[in-house]
Every structure is written in structure tokens, then in C-alpha cells.
Design a protein around this ligand. Structure first.
Ligand code: FEO
Ligand code: CA
Ligand code: CA
Length: 630
């Protein structure tokens, strides 16, 4: 989810309009913040964060860099094109609106399609994705997070829906796309009419599973059982399970609900999740009462989950896994612990919200039953201490004082507040290093750090893994579970990188010492490890290339070396995009990368050029020598 355009507010700012938060001006808070900040910058050597990071990384980066990176860094730019290093190329694989079946018309720049064509074409705003191999086939499954109203309705007066079909077209641009890929003449192409091709939209039937399934909070007039819901939307990052299913993550689900009753009272629970009387501008309640909270008050409780999808069975019913909690899910990083427990790490992407961990009750065994693994287990939230240690706090009726596990998962944010979780700088993607017992989370930015509470009124003091007030640039935190056990209560943490602009600033806004004029960036978001243990970092930040962000250019993708701390820029996206979602072909010779919302403010014609409508698309990045890429 990206930044504000001329007439639309971002999801993050929308939430604060719905639920305004007071500025924190009390004297104690200000003093506390300044002490914390001094502690971080001056005394953190003993605690393994800022200073330790700098000294460790500086000592080794020059020596080992050549062995770890297979490319020369590229410079920042503001071009309306994808830029990759010498020796690499980037081809467009599939764009918003490309038909998945041959009876669907090609995308029409003049009309931008219809509800019917969009339901059978590739969705908009590509995000998390994964490639699966199945019976000799290669299947790509992709989140289509949302749609930019000014683009999808750009043929209409004022960029607004002109009729119900326009609203339904917008709805159908959301969800999931599954498409078979084939390799012809050395490059990948979508296979139209493949029996595996599928669109899952906000209208597709889902099963509600886990502790909240069947609970009164999930029952509605059209589903009195509380076990069947319709659709998934605002699907951001993803995960995959070791048993070969895809996890899609419902993020800003709140922005689609509105109320036809102006006098409706907005409960604290609705406020905490950013639900109010007005939606984000999509108008779904005009065509479907499910999105009118005065008519369907429990419908918002049926969104905000991790959803498990089997891409190999186009007739399978996606399952919402309520045990993993309800919040604004970024992604779901799944780890098989050494004792067989499934551990899922998850971030809640909102200013001052929390990081979560789910540990399955059962043990994973290849070939054995897996359906219960994501239904039964323990949800915890992260608490970071200033001294470089941290712990996972379990969310149970005993620890939270809440009535039941069902209530805890539905109102996970409130449960996290009750146990004193650390308020974070917008946790985005989490990635576990396949070559070490450590996990990374992108904390993208947080203009409210040290200034405003989170939506639940929890303080957001400066310090620990959130070291800068009004954090503009973001950072990446990493932690090592105690004894390499991902189910352990305790962990140690440090910061892998603190983004900044060393050209402009000499204070903590310059960033950590592995940030320099040649590799600087802002707002880390997507994170994925490759099989070699390199961390790929994608950005969704300020692309103005001016003021605090001068010299940083368009949003981009970089690679980081967890051992040395070195970071190199690999790819720069076109104008006004974010770079989001990454996965590899089975032979690891192609890296698929998502380019989301090029031209969100109206200044891009990528990928087709000329006067064309800008279209979110997935690109296939390959080496010109055909070599392995990650
Ligand atoms: Fe959809 Fe937090 O990014
Ligand atoms: Ca983001
Ligand atoms: Ca994101």
C-alpha cells in the first residue's frame, strides 16, 4: 500500500481520519523518548543494536562482498522504466487486465474493461506471489491487493465509478489470480485456458476455520453458522506452507465498509480496526449489503485473516485461518521448527501495531494430515526490550482477561494491547533466513513514532527497534530465537539496517553505516530470502527524489548480505510504483518481481509506453547468460 495521491488518501491516513488520535504532548512522554533515543545512539554497543551493527558490518563487508553478489550495483533513477544491472534483463510477464481465458477480450485502454471481463482477467496491483510445481506444470499464484480508482475509473468523469458495473469491476480487480506458466524459447508466458487458471474475488466462497469459526461474532444474516464467508480482498503479502499451499494475507480490509445509517455508533472494536461510516471510495456497499455495517454489523469480523489456498485444485474452497489472528496482515512467514512445529511469523501493518507469532499445537509430518496445523495453536505478540533481548507474550484468556480464544483471535489487536506488546513502526514483510536461525522484519516508517498513540491508545515511545521519532525512512529488525528454537519464548534482536539519507543528514536520519550515497533507500517493505541466504529488499516509499529523499529515485529492490551487512541496489521500478512481491521459477533462472501501481499519481505509462494506461504487472528478470538468479 503506497502513499497519498492528489485526491486519495493512503489507507494509513484514512485510518486516522476515521479514528483521530491525539498528539502526545505530555511532558513525561517527551522526556522518556529522549532518554530512549540517547540510549540507542550512544549506549547501544553493549546491547548489540546500532553501534554493534555498524562495527560488525564495517569490518567484514569489503572482503566478502564479491563472493555474495552476482551483480554490479545500479544507480538510483526516476525513469519510467524498469532498470536492472548489466547482464540482466526484465520482461513483462503479465499485466492487470490480461485475459486468463481466450474468450475474454484483450484489455481495452479506452474502457479499462467491464466487471465481467475483469472477473476473468489478471487482477490489479500485483503483490505477494509464489510459484508451485504440480504434475509437470508451473503454477503462479498472485495477490491482487487493490485497485487505484483514478486509474481503473480513469475513463469516467472525475475518476469516479459511473455505475454499478464500474463498482463491480473494481471489486473484481481485487483478490487472487492463479495462472499456469509455460517456458517457450527460454522465457515464461501465461497459458490461457489452463484448467488451473482461476480468479478468486471478493465474491468467492470461503470457509471460516479455527477457534472463531461458528462463534457469535462471525454470524451474519446470510451465514447463520458463522462458518462460510464470501471473498477475500486487500490481499497484501503471502506465505507458503511446507505441504504446498499458498497463504494470502488480508491487510487493509477495513477500508471497504461503510454505513448507510449516519447515526450508527462506532464501537471501540470497530475503531481499533479502522472501520467507520465511510469507506475508502470503492462504494462496495452500494452493490452489496455485506459492506454496510448498519445492515451487516458482524461482516467486518469475517475479514482480516490469513487465508489458505490450494493452487493445485481450482475447485478447492479457500480456508480463512482464524487461529492466526485478525489484524492488517502483511505476510505470513512459515517455518518448520526443528521439532516439527509450524511457526508462522506475521506483522500487522499499521502505525504502532504489533508483530505476531503462531505456533501450531501439532507437528508437521510430510504426507500426514495438515488441516489442523493452522487451526490449533498459540498466538503470541512480540515484546522488545532495550537491552537487545525480547520475548513472545502468549495471548490466552489468562494473560489477556478476555473471555475465549475466539474473542482473542477476532480482537487480536486488543489482546496484544492487554499484554503490553511493543508498538512497532508498521511491520511489513517478515522473512526467515534459510541458512541461519534468524528472522527479519521490515519496519517501513512511522510518522507517528513518539508523537501519537496507536489506534488503541497504546503509547509509541522512541527506542528499541523503533529508534527514531517521526520515522521517515524505516529500518529492518532481525531476531535470533533462543537456541535456534522458533517456539522459544525468548529471542535476541538487533537492527540489520536503519534506512536514511547520508547526503542530507548527519544525525540518526543518515541511517546506519551500511547505508551510503550509492545504496540509500526509504521505506523497506517486501522481504524475501533466496536459497543462497541473500535478503531481497523491496521498497514502498517516497519517490519524489527531493528534499529528505533526494538521490533515492523511484521505488526499488536491493539485495542485502546478512553476514556482512552490505546492501546493493539491483532494480529500480518505473515512476510512482512500489516494488512488491518476489518469487522464482523452479529452475531458479527467473526471478519474478511485482511492479504495483505505476503512475498512481498520473505520471506513468509503464509498461506499454506512449499514451497508454499504466498497468500493474509482474516482470520476469533473467540473466543474459541464462544463469541462476538466487
Ligand atoms: Fe500491503 Fe503493508 O503493504
Ligand atoms: Ca508499504
Ligand atoms: Ca507491503
Amino acid at each position: 500500500m503506497s502513499s497519498i495521491n492528489d485526491t486519495e488518501v493512503s489507507f494509513d491516513d484514512f485510518d486516522e481520519i476515521i479514528n483521530p488520535r491525539p498528539e502526545e504532548t505530555d511532558f513525561d512522554r517527551v522526556v522518556e523518548a529522549s532518554i530512549s533515543r540517547r540510549g540507542f545512539l550512544g549506549g547501544a554497543l553493549a546491547f548489540g543494536s546500532f553501534a554493534m551493527l555498524n562495527s560488525t558490518f564495517l569490518s567484514t563487508s569489503a572482503k566478502t562482498a564479491e563472493d555474495r553478489f552476482a551483480f554490479e550495483a545500479i544507480t538510483a533513477n526516476s525513469n519510467d522504466a524498469v532498470t536492472v544491472p548489466t547482464g540482466y534483463k526484465a520482461d513483462v510477464l503479465i499485466r492487470w487486465g490480461d485475459p486468463l481465458w481466450s474468450d475474454v477480450p484483450e484489455f481495452d485502454d479506452a474502457t479499462r474493461g467491464t466487471a465481467a471481463s475483469q472477473a476473468r482477467a489478471f487482477g490489479d496491483n500485483t503483490d505477494g506471489m509464489e510459484v508451485f510445481s504440480h504434475e509437470g506444470k508451473t503454477l503462479l499464484i498472485v495477490n491482487n491487493e487493490y485497485t487505484n480508482r483514478k486509474i481503473i475509473w480513469g475513463n469516467r468523469e472525475g475518476g469516479k465509478a459511473a455505475n454499478d458495473d464500474d463498482i463491480a469491476k473494481g471489486m473484481n480487480a481485487h483478490g487472487i489470480s492463479v495462472v499456469e506458466l509455460e517456458n517457450k524459447d527460454g522465457s515464461w508466458h501465461p497459458v490461457k485456458d489452463s484448467p488451473y487458471n482461476r480468479r478468486i474475488t471478493p465474491e468467492s466462497e470461503m470457509e471460516l476455520t479455527g477457534p472463531a469459526a461458528g462463534h457469535a461474532l462471525l454470524k451474519t444474516a446470510i451465514d447463520e453458522t458463522g462458518t462460510r464467508s464470501l471473498g477475500t480482498w486487500n490481499n497484501c503479502g503471502n506465505g507458503q506452507t511446507p505441504w504446498g499451499t499458498y497463504l494470502t494475507c488480508e491487510e487493509n480490509f477495513n477500508g471497504y465498509f461503510s454505513s448507510s445509517d449516519e447515526n450508527i455508533e462506532i464501537s471501540p472494536e470497530l475503531k481499533r480496526y479502522g472501520i467507520g461510516k465511510k469507506d475508502w471510495g470503492y462504494g462496495w456497499a452500494k452493490i452489496d449489503d455485506r459492506f454496510d455495517i448498519s445492515k451487516a454489523p458482524n461482516e467486518p469480523n469475517r475479514a482480516g485473516y490469513i487465508v489458505e489456498i490450494d493452487p493445485r485444485d481450482p475447485n478447492s474452497t479457500p480456508k480463512k485461518r482464524t487461529a492466526l489472528g485478525r489484524f492488517k496482515h502483511e505476510n505470513a512467514e512459515c517455518v518448520v521448527n526443528k521439532d516439527g512445529h509450524i511457526v508462522v511469523y506475521m506483522g500487522d501493518d499499521e502505525r504502532g501495531e504489533f508483530m505476531y507469532r503462531f505456533v501450531s499445537k501439532g507437528i508437521y509430518a510430510p504426507g500426514a494430515e495438515t488441516d489442523s496445523l493452522l487451526n490449533e495453536g498459540t498466538l503470541s505478540v512480540a515484546k522488545f526490550n532495550e537491552d537487545g533481548t525480547g520475548e513472545w507474550l502468549e495471548l490466552t484468556p489468562e494473560t489477556t482477561g478476555m473471555a475465549s480464544e475466539a474473542e482473542i483471535v477476532v480482537y487480536a489487536r486488543m489482546a496484544g494491547s492487554k499484554v503490553g506488546a511493543t508498538t512497532m513502526d508498521r511491520p511489513e514483510w517478515i522473512a526467515a533466513n534459510p541458512t541461519a536461525d534468524e528472522v527479519y522484519c521490515a519496519l517501513t516508517n512511522n510518522k507517528n513514532r513518539g508523537i501519537k498513540t496507536n489506534a488503541g491508545g497504546d503509547e509509541t515511545p522512541v527506542g528499541g527497534p523503533n529508534p527514531r521519532e517521526a520515522n521517515k525512512y524505516g529500518q529492518i529488525v532481525r531476531w535470533q530465537p533462543k537456541d535456534g528454537d522458533h517456539t522459544a519464548k525468548d529471542f535476541d534482536w538487533d537492527l540489520f539496517v536503519i534506512a536514511g539519507n547520508p547526503n542530507i543528514h548527519q544525525d540518526d536520519r543518515a541511517g546506519s553505516k551500511n547505508v551510503n550515497a550509492d545504496n540509500m533507500f526509504n521505506s523497506p517493505d517486501g522481504l524475501k530470502f533466496d536459497t543462497n541466504g541473500l535478503l531481497w529488499i523491496q521498497t514502498d516509499g517516497n519517490y519524489s527524489n527531493a528534499k529528505d529523499f533526494e538521490g533515492q529515485g523511484n521505488n526499488q529492490m536491493l539485495a542485502g548480505d546478512p553476514v556482512t551487512g552490505e546492501i546493493r541496489r539491483f532494480l529500480v521500478g518505473p515512476k510512482e510504483c512500489e516494488v512488491t512481491g518476489a518469487t522464482w521459477s523452479p529452475d531458479r533462472r527467473t526471478m519474478f518481481v511485482g511492479i504495483q501501481h505505476p503512475g498512481e499519481r498520473g505520471d506513468s505509462h509503464w509498461p506499454n509506453g506512449g499514451d497508454s494506461v499504466p498497468r500493474s504487472a509482474i516482470i520476469a528478470v533473467t540473466r543474459e547468460d541464462g544463469g541462476i538468479i538466487g
